[in-house]
Design a protein. Structure first.
Lengths: 190, 141
């Protein structure tokens, strides 16, 4: 989308704009750096010294004004002990999900937590269907796995019950034929 | 006396409610957009992106982008290079986007915000919670 204004900005056009995603990346970076500073009780100067960057550079990130070169971003991430993955999702899918009130923001911490829990699950059941997480765990399809995780919080209500290391997952979607643990089923649904 | 009401911002889809202020049924946020020059449009889009983040409780950078306005309780401004967006945190009303303006008019706009806040609070005192209007906004371009 170009930046010229021909009509009022809609939610859809907001999602089609690069500015929307730039702001999201800036916010993620800000939160990552701020969290690191809080955890380690560091000032901006302390952090700049530790990372070998200027204080101004840290200020740019904390002010949300940073526009990173890939090399600098990767360097920052690894210095903070983070691996900088890049995940690109189909924009039309995101827009359709947004129209269906599915949250388009990915909570990476929540996904990580749930992924860790998956590793401990042997059995999953719902009132109508049973899915085995082993098939997910043993899958050699990391991006499908990531996509499932990414859409999971929106599609599913998870209720933990402490019996035999299991979790009950209740479908919240209307189309019960959709099984997100089957390859491509979400893509077909979209 | 102008009549105030609210409408939910179309950019706010999360649990934190963000409203646009309506004055005599005119959406102040959209009115600003209508008169906005093209060269400032990307800054305006950044405001909309930040509204979306605030609604999702995503904690956008507090410094540089936003600041509380001293002397006006519950008032804050969102900042870009040339634009300002003024909003209030009114009790029981979530975030209320009052209006946008240009940086060059900042002082005047802050005075305007102060007056507006007084009038809003008077209306709430006299008539109770502000009406929340549902306005059908175009979903597609």
């Amino acid at each position: 989308m170009g930046n010229s204004k021909s009509k009022r900005l809609t939610r859809e056009n907001l999602l089609r704009s690069s500015e929307f995603w730039i702001e999201n990346i800036r916010t993620e970076l800000y939160n990552m750096v701020q969290e690191y500073m809080d955890e380690n009780d560091l000032s901006r100067k302390d952090l700049a010294d530790e990372l070998g960057v200027s204080k101004g550079y840290i200020s740019q990130i904390l002010n949300g004004n940073s526009d990173h070169r890939i090399s600098k971003l990767a360097s920052l991430a690894t210095s903070l002990g983070k691996a900088p993955y890049v995940f690109l999702k189909d924009l039309e899918t995101v827009i359709e999900e947004d129209k269906s009130d599915i949250n388009i923001y990915i909570d990476f911490e929540e996904l990580e937590y749930k992924a860790e829990r998956c590793d401990y699950l042997d059995r999953v059941s719902s009132e109508k269907t049973e899915w085995n997480f082993n098939s997910l765990r043993n899958s050699n399809l990391p991006f499908d796995y990531l996509d499932i995780k990414a859409t999971w919080p929106s599609y599913w209500a998870v209720e933990e019950e402490q019996w035999s290391s299991s979790v009950i997952i209740k479908p919240e979607i209307n189309d019960e034929s959709i099984n997100p643990f089957e390859e491509n089923s979400l893509a077909d649904a979209a | 006396m102008p009549k105030f009401a609210l409408t939910l911002s179309q950019f706010a889809r999360g649990s934190v409610k963000v409203y646009n202020l309506l004055i005599d049924n005119i959406d102040q946020f959209e009115a600003f957009e209508d008169d906005l020059e093209d060269k400032y449009y990307s800054q305006f889009i950044s405001f909309a992106a930040t509204i979306s983040q605030i609604s999702e409780n995503k904690k956008p950078p507090p410094r540089g982008k936003r600041r509380k306005l001293e002397g006006i309780d519950g008032a804050a401004e969102m900042r870009s290079n040339d634009l300002r967006l003024y909003y209030l945190t009114l009790k029981n009303h979530g975030y209320t986007i009052c209006f946008c303006g240009y940086k060059k008019n900042q002082k005047k706009d802050i005075r305007k915000l102060n007056n507006l806040k007084r009038k809003l609070e008077n209306q709430i005192l006299e008539h109770g919670k502000l009406e929340i209007k549902k306005i059908n906004k175009g979903k597609s371009s």
